[in-house]
Design a binder for this molecule. Structure first.
Ligand code: AMP
Length: 178
């Protein structure tokens, strides 16, 4: 789906750059102004709905933390179930884990061992695609659990970091490029 310049500009104007957060040299894309604006938040979710309209999936997996916000709104809007992929150690039941590297460090993601049924088709959602390590870890978790990745959806993509090449073979969409 191509996004009109007006819609893209409206959303981009509500994403704030925070220099040197959480580390020197990183420009953090802060989506809290977008979330605070009811019209812009709604537009971003509706744009995600349109962008994934060609994908067939059973569940949405949202990546902690901002992937929970967009992912659960999208799942609710489409009447799909929502599965949280949480940072290591946060889920209460037995888990499957995957380690990954971030633009600014490394971490691990968990899902519950019974999070999805074998053969389920999954849409992975996060606020932002940077190097692609996080989304790739989420895809590996889905596959370890016996699911199939139907696609990945992001609000923002940092083009210069070329996370998309790490996600080669997956159907990746993003609303906005920076
Ligand atoms: P990556 O694994 O490098 O693609 O990083 C993506 C994950 O880290 C997402 O969950 C983002 O929320 C977060 N992230 C990485 N870089 C940034 C950034 N520059 N601004 C905001 N969030 C970021």
């Amino acid at each position: 789906m191509s996004i009109s310049r007006n819609n893209a500009d409206e959303l981009l104007s509500r994403i704030r750059d925070i220099k040197d957060y959480p580390k020197q040299g990183i420009i953090f894309k802060d989506v809290t102004p977008l979330l605070k604006d009811g019209g812009a938040f709604k537009k971003s979710v509706e744009m995600l709905v349109k962008s994934v309209s060609g994908m067939h999936f059973d569940y949405v997996i949202g990546i902690e933390a901002r992937g929970f916000i967009f992912g659960s709104a999208l799942a609710y809007r489409l009447g799909k179930g929502f599965i949280p992929a949480r940072k290591k150690g946060k889920l209460p039941y037995s888990v499957i884990s995957e380690e990954y590297s971030l633009e600014y460090g490394s971490a691990a993601l968990d899902i519950h061992t019974d999070a999805l049924e074998k053969g389920s088709a999954i849409l992975i959602v996060d606020d932002l695609l940077a190097t692609g390590g996080t989304a790739l870890a989420a895809a590996r978790l889905v596959e370890k659990a016996g699911g199939v990745v139907a696609g990945m959806a992001f609000v923002v993509e940092l083009k210069a970091l070329d996370g998309r090449s790490k996600l080669h073979g997956y159907n990746v969409i993003s609303l906005l490029s920076c």
